[in-house]
Design a binder for this molecule. Structure first.
Ligand code: SAM
Length: 559
């Protein structure tokens, strides 16, 4: 076995261990066997090893698991390794810095999508924490067995009340179970380091990483000599009394230090504080690049087919936990009870376990009745914020079904990329190969009523066929002829003063890829490639020729 030959390999290959890469090679077989035992490996397991070095651990990983993916930063070690692992064909070595790799992509291409992964490694001590944080980002990594410096292992696995208990301890315990499998004496390595080590294990639970909680932990543990109350004062813009109130409700003494609370108690405190802190969100406008009406369902709704994008025009939303549910707008658009956001909160409470009430303040920037789905976007943004705040797991298709009856654009607005949208608006196909554009939006001094536009459309257009016309986004962008809005002719018929055709003509003469009305009007867009400088000239011409309309440029966005 390679481990029995560690010293010989070092001598024969004249290897000078590099301190900057934390190179201390294992030479104790029993320690290696314990690492394998702690990892509970089987032939079905996919394993990542960071820093295979001479390959002592890699050999045992190849023997005891299904597939092994190794990252080795040292060019010479990475080059030599295959010579020592000739017997095995179930591993790959990526000669690169683990901290710089695209781990998600590597996992998908080597192990396949959605595989559960274990990380087993004797890692370089100088970058232990960044390695662990990078690994925590990947939900599929369900287990880690890591050789780390003894003191760090104590810190990672200490319980509350111990002085080692810190922000990273609480965060690890929030995301899983930590344990020290065994202590490893420094004499088990070559060259001998000046610290002892420990085999540390971590079993991940199904919680997602939570950077807000991590920030909170860093704040409450920032000054360990200060008590919790003093560390909390002044953060999140909370008044002293608000913090005292939360602590007293939870029966936490103001003199308590963060290290005295366990990770559940800290999360509970974080959750209450966060709930009181207003969250600022952006609700982006929607543009229908294509809108085809394929037919009508028996229930009266229209069967649509759309290609939708979001653009960087948005309403500003502030949301926080409150005594009652309340929606306030800076513009007087409708009564609170008729507001889509208010209806959306009501719907959420009927179908999900929403425990709190919410105050939502909306600053409207997206014009009403312009075909830009301002109201739907506000509702979708608030729905997502509440579900996140309440930690509610939901099925997205079920949410599409529940929201489509409130507003046909809400399902799309719950998404964050371009989509092909079908049915009433609930069949959502996010676009994989996303491409961004810039556009001019023309805002007409007219407001069209969607219901009336569709009613009129039904009168004049009876020869519709139900066949879908959009297949793949890739096909569509090769063929801008497909860009269409079936409702335009009705809008022009009902509003002969609508200057849609003039806007289209000017835009196309400046090389716009397409120019169409969005939704049931009244705004329309002129679409340009991102690098096309003609957009500015086109904008100037539109502003000078089309009076009474306003024009602005935006970019399409996916986030
Ligand atoms: N696994 C071997 C063993 O147990 O004998 C070697 C462990 S040694 C403590 C750490 C290994 O990590 C070295 O091989 C070193 O070159 C490698 N390494 C250091 N920094 C790295 C990084 N950023 N990315 C990938 N490998 C790294």
């Amino acid at each position: 076995m390679i481990v029995d030959r560690t010293n010989t390999i070092i001598k024969e290959n004249k290897i000078h261990a590099k301190k900057m890469f934390g190179q201390n090679f294992l030479k104790d077989k029993n320690v290696l066997l314990d690492i394998i035992k702690a990892s509970n490996l089987s032939k079905d397991d996919c394993v990542i090893e960071i820093g295979p070095g001479l390959g002592a651990l890699t050999e045992l990983l190849c023997l005891n698991s299904g597939k092994v993916l190794c990252y080795e930063i040292d060019d010479n070690l990475a080059k030599e390794l295959p010579n020592r692992l000739k017997k095995y064909d179930n591993y790959v070595i990526y000669n690169q810095d683990f901290l710089k790799c695209d781990i998600k992509k590597d996992i998908e291409s080597y192990f396949g999508y959605d595989k559960r992964i274990k990380v087993v490694a004797n890692i370089p001590y100088n970058i232990t924490t960044p390695i662990i944080f990078k690994l925590l980002e990947i939900n599929n990594i369900t287990h880690m067995t890591l050789m780390v410096q003894k003191e760090l292992a104590y810190r990672f696995s200490s319980d509350e009340g111990n002085k080692e208990h810190g922000s990273i301890t609480a965060y690890l315990k929030y995301l899983g179970m930590t344990n020290i499998y065994r202590i490893v004496d420094r004499s088990c390595f070559e060259p001998v380091p000046n610290v002892d080590s420990a085999v540390f294990t971590f079993e991940r639970n199904d919680k997602n990483i939570n950077n807000d909680f991590l920030d909170f932990l860093r704040i409450v543990f920032a000054q360990k000599r200060k008590n919790l109350f003093n560390n909390l004062k002044g953060i999140y813009g909370l008044e002293k009394d608000a913090i005292l109130n939360i602590l007293s409700k939870k029966e936490i003494e103001t003199s308590v230090r963060a290290e005295q609370l366990n990770s559940d108690e800290l999360y509970d405190l974080f959750f209450s504080i966060k709930a009181l802190t207003p969250k600022k969100l952006k609700a982006y406008a929607k543009v229908n690049l294509i809108l085809n009406v394929l037919g009508k369902f028996d229930n009266g709704y229209h069967n649509l087919e759309m290609l939708n994008t979001k653009i960087d025009l948005y309403d500003e939303i502030e949301i926080k936990v409150y005594d009652i549910d309340r929606v306030e707008m800076d513009k007087d658009i409708c009564e609170e009870k008729d507001n889509l956001v208010f209806k959306a909160i009501k719907m959420l409470k009927e179908h999900y376990d929403v425990k709190n009430n919410y105050l939502v303040k909306i600053k409207k920037n997206i014009p009403n009745g312009a075909g830009l789905a301002g109201g739907s976007s506000d509702a979708a943004t608030v729905i997502k914020a509440i579900l996140k705040n309440e930690n509610i797991k939901y099925d997205i298709n079920e949410l599409y079904e529940l929201t489509k009856v409130l507003g046909a654009d809400i399902p799309f607005c719950l998404q964050d990329r371009k989509c092909i949208v079908r049915g009433i608006g609930e069949k959502i196909i996010p676009i994989k190969n996303d491409k961004e554009y810039q556009m001019i939006l023309a805002f007409a001094p007219l407001s069209f009523e969607t219901k009336r536009i569709f009613a009129e459309f039904d009168k004049i257009d009876s020869k519709r066929n139900n066949k879908p016309k959009i297949n793949e986004f890739e096909d569509v962008i090769k063929n801008y002829e497909m860009f269409n809005n079936d409702l335009e002719k009705v809008c022009i018929k009902l509003h002969p003063e609508y200057k849609l055709n003039e806007i289209k003509m000017i835009s196309m003469s400046y090389g716009a890829k397409a120019s169409q009305m969005t939704g049931s009007g009244s705004s329309c867009y002129a679409l340009f490639e991102l690098q096309d400088e003609n957009i500015e000239k086109c904008l100037t011409e539109l502003k000078s020729k089309i009076s009474g309309y306003s024009f602005s440029t935006y970019k399409t966005i996916s986030y």
